[in-house]
Design a binder for this molecule. Structure first.
Ligand code: 5GP
Ligand code: ZN
Length: 138
């Protein structure tokens, strides 16, 4: 299903032109218009899913492998030495376009830090209590 008000539905289905890295029956991978680094790619499903919680199993089973394949191609073609797979869900997590997408972000040896956080701390009791709360909701 597509959402006629969704820009990523239009890009994924070729209604809006894009710098396309890869296309198959389910996905189009395009260059991000605001790249975090040279080659920053977005993998877009051709159907509309708001986020990973809505993604159907067929798409979910293929998207990670495609991310790895594109990342390997970036290393072979762009000279990056690594890459991040990033996928934001919800505004608080940084999602700005509410059509599922997987970022593939090339990382260069002399590049600035991109995906980082300051490690916090937690004691084992707190970790166990938090783990239990998540587990019970699965
Ligand atoms: P999010 O923050 O939702 O995980 O990522 C959205 C990404 O989509 C951003 O990195 C942003 O630069 C990119 N983006 C938003 N609109 C467009 C567009 O129309 N074309 C392309 N190529 N990238 C877009
Ligand atoms: Zn969409």
């Amino acid at each position: 299903m597509k959402d006629e008000n969704c820009i990523f539905c239009k890009i994924a289905n070729g209604e809006i032109p894009s710098a396309t890295v890869y296309e198959d029956d389910r996905f189009r991978a395009i260059l991000d218009m605001g790249p975090a680094s040279k080659g920053h790619t977005l993998i877009l499903p051709k159907e509309h899913f708001k986020d990973v919680c809505e993604l159907d199993e067929e798409y979910a089973s293929r998207v990670l492998g495609l991310g790895g394949r594109i990342g390997a191609a970036m290393k072979a073609s762009l000279g990056c030495s690594g890459f991040n797979l990033v996928q934001n869900n919800g505004a608080s997590a940084g999602q700005t376009v509410f059509h599922f997408h997987l970022h593939v972000i090339p990382r260069y040896d002399d590049g600035a830090p991109i995906v980082t956080w300051d490690p916090g701390s937690a004691d084992i009791g707190e970790l166990k209590e938090t783990a239990e709360r998540i587990h019970e909701a699965l």
